[in-house]
Design a protein around this ligand. Structure first.
Ligand code: FAD
Length: 312
């Protein structure tokens, strides 16, 4: 099946562009004037360009405000390079609205706020979503690492588009596919490699470091998978590229990501389990969250669609 509209996203470019929209009033020019992005002090609507991004700052705790309806968010700076048990500088801010999009850390930040019945467990997964074990239908209860390998060699000279093998029967995985980096070089991946139990990474500080590069056996199995649809490649020319870990919220079969605004947690929006495709859907999810804030928290009746006009 030929799909002519497939492509890749420059993820860092997208993030940089969104950051500039938040911080720089003039970034997009005239079109942006008067478009509100959030409520400022005294109910004034903030304009694009009035936001602040604080890199190197991490949220360590979120609590309900004791008196009032807001949230108290504790932030830590200067934490990088500190020894176990040492702390950077911690300060607290009060917020009416908190949107938790902390990826792999999103579920743990909710401990103590969300009742047990609504707690979401994280099953970090490096690579594709689901791995079926020998026992039919059961999922491997272990961490799965996903590796990409790069390739320069024969068998791909006429390839100009992404190539996906047929999806697995349970739709649990897209399979080891052919994609490109931003310079147009070919990559194959991701595979799905179990690397231990969820307890293992909390006990070993070098856990992720140890698993960054795929073993020779892994590279060979990626090569075998690719040979099924590109028989002309030379597997000996595959080189380790990059790998990633997904914030899985289920260890059973297919699951979708979750955007939640709990009834008893007014003002706290939770974005959980964005294993995939969080990058492709990020702008749509952002619009949906903006709608939730305006409708459920600020009780505004007007739709937000008009705010996006001219921004496409
Ligand atoms: C191998 C692989 C291939 C993928 N391929 C695709 C694809 O082709 N298409 C697609 O759409 N998606 C793909 N994805 C999925 C996509 O990367 C995710 O869905 C997306 O990144 C999730 O976005 P997020 O903002 O929820 O989390 P993240 O991208 O993980 O962002 C979370 C951010 O929060 C920060 N953070 C964490 N804890 C804290 C804290 N306590 N305080 C402050 N900040 C914190 C992190 O540093 C990070 O910057 C792939 C993922 C992997 C692993």
């Amino acid at each position: 099946m030929l799909v002519t509209s497939t492509g890749i996203v420059d993820s860092q470019g997208l993030v940089d562009s969104l950051s500039r929209e938040i911080e720089e009033e003039e970034y997009i020019g005239d079109k942006g004037v008067g478009v509100g992005i959030g409520q400022g002090t005294h109910g004034r609507v903030k304009e694009r360009g009035e936001g602040v991004i604080v890199p190197g700052t991490r949220v360590v705790r979120i609590d309900r405000e004791e008196k009032g309806k807001g949230w108290v968010v504790q932030l830590e700076t200067g934490w990088e390079g500190k020894e176990e048990g040492e702390k950077g500088e911690v300060e607290a801010v009060r917020a009416d609205v908190v949107v938790n999009t902390a990826g792999l850390a999103a579920a743990s930040l909710l401990e103590g706020i969300v009742p047990e019945s609504e707690q979401v467990k994280m099953y970090p997964l490096k690579g594709e979503q689901n791995v079926v074990t020998a026992k039919k239908g059961e999922m491997e209860q272990s961490l799965i690492i996903g590796n990409y390998v790069s390739y320069k060699g024969p068998g791909v000279y006429f390839v100009s588009r992404l190539i996906y093998p047929c999806p697995s029967r349970d739709l649990g995985s897209l399979g080891t596919h052919l994609t490109f980096d931003l310079s147009g070089n070919i990559r194959f991946g991701p595979d799905a490699e179990p690397i231990g139990s969820p307890a293992a990474y909390s006990q070993n500080p070098d856990f992720w470091q140890d698993h960054l590069a795929p073993s020779a056996a892994r590279i060979q199995s990626i090569g075998d998978a690719v040979l099924t649809y590109l028989p002309g490649i030379d597997p000996s020319l595959l080189e380790p590229d990059y790998s990633g870990i997904r914030p899985n919220i289920s260890d059973k079969g297919f699951f979708d990501f979750m955007v939640r605004h709990g009834r008893d947690r007014q003002g706290l929006i939770e974005c959980l389990g964005f294993a995939s495709p969080g990058l492709t859907s990020s702008l749509a999810v952002g619009e949906m969250v903006a709608k939730m804030v305006r409708k459920d928290i600020w009780k505004e009746k007007a739709s937000v669609e008009h705010l996006a006009e001219g921004w496409e």
